[in-house]
Design a binder for this molecule. Structure first.
Ligand SMILES: NC(=O)c1ccc[n+]([C@@H]2O[C@H](COP(=O)([O-])OP(=O)(O)OC[C@H]3O[C@@H](n4cnc5c(N)ncnc54)[C@H](OP(=O)(O)O)[C@@H]3O)[C@@H](O)[C@H]2O)c1
Length: 329
């Protein structure tokens, strides 16, 4: 692949965080934007220096200059928009969580493979060098017995919810809720490091819309237990602790970002941060672009498989906890 010519779907904060970094990365360029609103599309296109704006999805997907579509719409739209883009012969980079249901992820993965297209799961964690360091250091803490992850991020949209509105992120119509949005990162780190648990239970705080604003998931692995706490209605210290019989790992900043990693054993203590660049989206875009230009199909398939497992665990836990999205039974 020579270059990535991106078309974007959505005009929220994450699109801008990604495009700020596309603008400073070789090999990836913004070609066009799609928005439901001409005005929002024009503003986004102007900010990032392109002239092509679409308000019709079919026309956007028929643009022959676009070879990658970046999907950053509300969660419930990812499946349909990604499928359409793949059917139009476009490679896709899709925001997390890829879909509300595991069977949808599997269908999209099979479609991408059949068409020899990339389907990239845009969970930043997978692209962070500190993830490799954590994997390497795990062998030094002995048998893992406890994992505790905490990630709370008070949301301005929670204030809107309290004021009587229903923001997409708290709506069952848009596959919203804290598990999908925030606890996803805790679960992703667990699955990336340890694979799937043998069972998982979610204890949510559910709001009037029927989705969760915070909650705790308990993952039971064959040899240890893992607690994943997350909230959009509180704030606190975000950390991950992985405790073993011979030491522990302490990850500052929590599962989303993996900012700094500390290894403590009886022999002493060391810390490491392979991510001098603090912007995790810059690291994500730079590593993703390099991998795409190198056509690293197998690596992307492994990442997709991790995302699919996480989505399967979330789906089981939330349905067991009585959280159903619109149209689900
Ligand atoms: N990787 C990360 O770190 C990260 C961070 C934040 C969010 N995300 C993910 O990014 C995605 C978008 O999140 P967000 O908070 O930006 O969501 P959002 O504000 O609810 O919606 C994103 C965009 O989708 C379009 N949209 C909104 N409502 C729509 C509707 N009813 N029908 C069709 N399009 C609609 C809007 O663009 P137009 O008005 O221009 O059409 C909007 O800007 C989510 O999947 C989220 O999980 C990832």
């Amino acid at each position: 692949m020579k270059q990535i010519k991106l078309g974007t779907i959505g005009s929220g904060v994450i699109v801008r965080a990604i495009l700020d970094n596309v603008n400073v990365t070789e090999g990836i360029y913004l070609e066009a934007v799609y928005s439901r609103s001409e005005e929002k599309g024009r503003e986004l296109a102007k900010t990032y220096g392109v002239g092509k704006i679409y308000t019709d999805l079919e026309e956007f997907l028929s643009d022959k200059e676009i070879n990658f579509v970046y999907v950053a719409s509300p969660n419930n739209l990812h499946y349909e928009q990604t499928k359409k883009a793949l059917l139009h012969g476009k490679n896709v980079i899709c925001e997390k969580p890829l879909c509300p249901q595991k069977k949808q992820v599997e269908e999209l993965a099979a479609l991408a493979k059949e068409k020899n297209l990339f389907l990239v799961d845009a969970t930043p964690t997978a692209f962070l060098p500190n993830l490799q360091k954590i994997r390497e250091w795990l062998s030094q803490i002995g048998r893992v017995r406890l994992v505790m992850s905490s990630y709370s991020q008070y949301s301005s949209r929670y204030d809107k919810l309290l004021a009587g509105e229903i923001p997409n992120v708290f709506s069952p119509d848009f596959a919203g809720g804290c598990l999908q949005d925030i606890n996803y990162y805790n679960l992703y780190l667990n699955v990336a490091l340890f694979g799937c648990p043998k069972s998982a239970v979610y204890y949510p705080n559910i709001c009037r819309t029927g989705v969760d604003t915070s909650g705790i998931a308990i993952l039971q692995y064959p040899d240890f237990v893992s607690e994943c706490a997350a909230a959009k209605d509180t704030w606190g210290v975000n950390t991950v602790q992985i405790q073993g019989e011979m030491g522990y790992l302490y990850i500052e900043g929590g599962a989303n970002g993996l900012a700094d990693v500390r290894l403590v054993t009886r022999e002493g203590e060391q810390s490491c941060n392979l991510q001098e660049e603090p912007d995790r989206w810059r690291i994500e875009i730079q590593n993703m672009t390099r991998m795409l230009l190198e056509e690293a199909h197998e690596a992307f398939e492994r990442q997709l498989s991790t995302a699919s497992d996480v989505i399967g665990i979330m789906e089981t836990m939330r349905k067991d906890a009585g959280i159903l999205f619109t149209g689900e039974t």
